[in-house]
Design a protein around this ligand. Structure first.
Ligand code: ADE
Ligand code: ZN
Length: 336
């Protein structure tokens, strides 16, 4: 118990970077109700408690159905600002000093909300968070993989005027049945335009999807990737290339990727030399932000203080920050 509280204090005190968080997944029910009311949009739940009771997921799709419904209340630039700034306040509380935020333009543009409305609101919150809270951030634009390649190309075209505000493109939504190969051409074009590349792979999908993300999309990081353990050759490749995996423990638990946290493979992956990081994915839906994810794995997997430091250090090493900034933060992790 003593050890546990010391470890929690260490987790709290270390600077950390978050590399896998969907801004739409940080939408807390209280803010959702507030924005719904001011926008005169109906939510099919009587109260915050009623809504929270619906957060009983059994797989990725059962979550995504509710997640997309929640995003429907976001209409105006100020809504995207409020959503994003509220997430930065959570970062501040958890000593997350840098974050690389996913946003899903298609979730909004398909409802008639302009691309500019979405990105301008998010971007203004990023600037204010830097100024007021000292937190740096990058934006990663994700294509919804249940939609077509053509729709992804359209989204890439819409992003063109905002190219300098977006560091990378990613791939999310329903994984099984929508392999990375479906989007090979649009990612090739994105890379040509100068974007860095990430993709969700190996969350529910098989190791073959991770191979495709590496070989066809030429990713700089894999999001989730926890099913890599099923393929020895893939493990060897990830380790040799120091390919980062942005692992999301509470998400994996909530979406039944693992049955309980003691079964989670993040510690085994870390011990084998995989470049794993800890992230919150959709924290408003999965029961916690960055530090809650750390506490959960630290307690269930009996992490050492060295493991905790390594994970915090990996978060900077795997980030898209300039090398000099990465090095400064990694030194702070060692000295904290
Ligand atoms: N979109 C939001 N959260 C996601 C997840 N965990 N997997 C795939 N797509 C998502
Ligand atoms: Zn995700």
């Amino acid at each position: 118990m003593q050890n546990q509280s010391q470890h929690h204090a260490l987790i709290q005190s270390l600077p950390k970077a978050e590399l896998h968080v969907h801004i739409e997944g940080t939408f807390e029910p209280e803010l959702m109700f507030e924005i719904a009311q001011r926008n005169h949009v109906d939510i099919p739940y009587a109260s915050v408690d009623d809504l929270k009771k619906a957060y009983d997921f059994h797989n990725l799709q059962s979550f995504l159905d509710i997640y997309y419904a929640g995003a429907n209340v976001l209409l105006h630039e100020q809504d995207f600002y409020d959503l994003t700034y509220a997430y930065f306040e959570k970062c501040k509380a958890d000593n997350v000093v840098h974050t690389e935020i996913f946003f899903d333009p298609q979730t909004h543009t398909d409802r008639g909300v302009a691309f500019a409305t979405v990105i301008n609101g998010i971007e203004r919150a990023c600037q204010d968070a830097k100024k007021n809270l000292g937190i740096s951030s990058y934006l990663i634009m994700c294509f919804l993989r249940h939609l077509s390649e053509e729709a992804a190309f359209e989204t890439l075209a819409q992003a063109k005027p905002y190219k300098d505000k977006i560091i990378a493109v990613g791939l999310d939504s329903s994984e099984v049945g929508h392999p990375p190969s479906k989007f090979e051409r649009v990612f090739k074009e994105a890379k040509t335009q100068g974007y860095l590349i990430v993709a969700h792979a190996g969350e529910e999908g098989p190791p073959e999807y991770i191979w495709e993300a590496l070989d066809l999309l030429q990713v700089n990081r894999i999001d989730h990737g926890v099913r890599c353990e099923e393929d020895e050759q893939l493990m060897a490749r990830l380790i040799a290339e120091k390919m980062p995996l942005t692992v999301c423990p509470l998400s994996n638990l909530k979406l039944c990727v693992v049955d309980d946290m003691q079964q989670h493979n993040i510690k085994r992956l870390l011990d084998q030399g995989v470049n794993v990081t800890v992230n919150s994915d959709d924290p408003a839906y999965f029961g916690g932000y960055m530090n809650d994810n750390f506490y959960a794995i630290s307690d269930a997997l009996d992490l050492s203080s060295q493991d905790i430091r390594q994970l915090a250090s990996n978060s900077f090493q795997a980030s898209f920050l300039p090398e000099a900034e990465k090095a400064q933060w990694m030194e702070k992790v060692v000295k904290s």
